[in-house]
Design a protein around this ligand. Structure first.
Ligand SMILES: C[S@@+](CC[C@H](N)C(=O)[O-])C[C@H]1O[C@@H](n2cnc3c(N)ncnc32)[C@H](O)[C@@H]1O
Length: 180
């Protein structure tokens, strides 16, 4: 897994420049953290992973290493996504751009997926909305979870810490929620 991830990131960086990794969960806090989550995801054997927050598509390309189908959506459709997915040869990654949260809600309600990765808007209300939309799948991974008081993303921490049902596993800078 580690070799696959590092080799893919190196290919993307060499073809598209270091900026392509900007904001990606794969690089933001250190690649080893994301690799750990990919290994967890693979163990769950999901058929379809839904990612909220595509940006350049790097996270989606990596999720494809551990799931046969990835749907990724964003409120912005960036042209780099196509290039990233081509270079990664990430077939069966479906990037979707929605106009706003209302359109996202309609779309997600209609989708079937068995694991969700939340990495869109990091404000508490936005995280809570994305969680409300995706919790039906039973397994949600949050990015940018940090317990420390002055965390960069207090909205993620506050939303996760307020969860009262199901099981929460904190593995900073990620957190998992499972229905049981
Ligand atoms: C941190 S980046 C995602 C990085 C990506 N998950 C990766 O690992 O490569 C956050 C993305 O969330 C998107 N975003 C912001 N608000 C959103 C919303 N309300 N719904 C969905 N995506 C949103 C932004 O446009 C941005 O592309």
């Amino acid at each position: 897994m580690k070799d696959q991830v590092l080799s893919l990131l190196a290919r993307l960086e060499s073809a598209l420049g270091p900026r392509i990794l900007e904001l990606s969960a794969a690089a933001h806090w250190g690649t080893h953290h994301f690799i750990r989550q990919l290994e967890r995801i693979r163990a769950f054997e999901p058929r379809v992973v839904l990612e909220i927050g595509t940006h350049f598509g790097v996270g989606a390309a990596l999720l494809r290493l551990v799931a046969p189908r990835v749907i990724t959506l964003d409120v912005v459709g960036l042209p780099a996504v196509r290039e990233v997915l081509e270079i990664a040869q990430a077939t069966d990654v479906v990037p979707l751009a929605v106009a706003d949260d209302r359109e996202k809600q309609i779309l997600v309600e209609a989708l079937a997926f068995d694991l969700a990765f939340l990495d869109g808007d990091h404000d508490r209300e936005a995280v809570e909305l994305d969680f409300a939309l995706t919790r039906k799948c039973g397994r949600v991974l949050f990015h940018d979870y940090e317990e420390i008081p002055n965390t960069a993303c207090p909205g993620v921490r506050d939303a996760v810490d307020a969860l009262r049902e199901g099981t929460v596993l904190r593995d900073q800078p990620f957190a998992w929620w499972q229905a049981r």
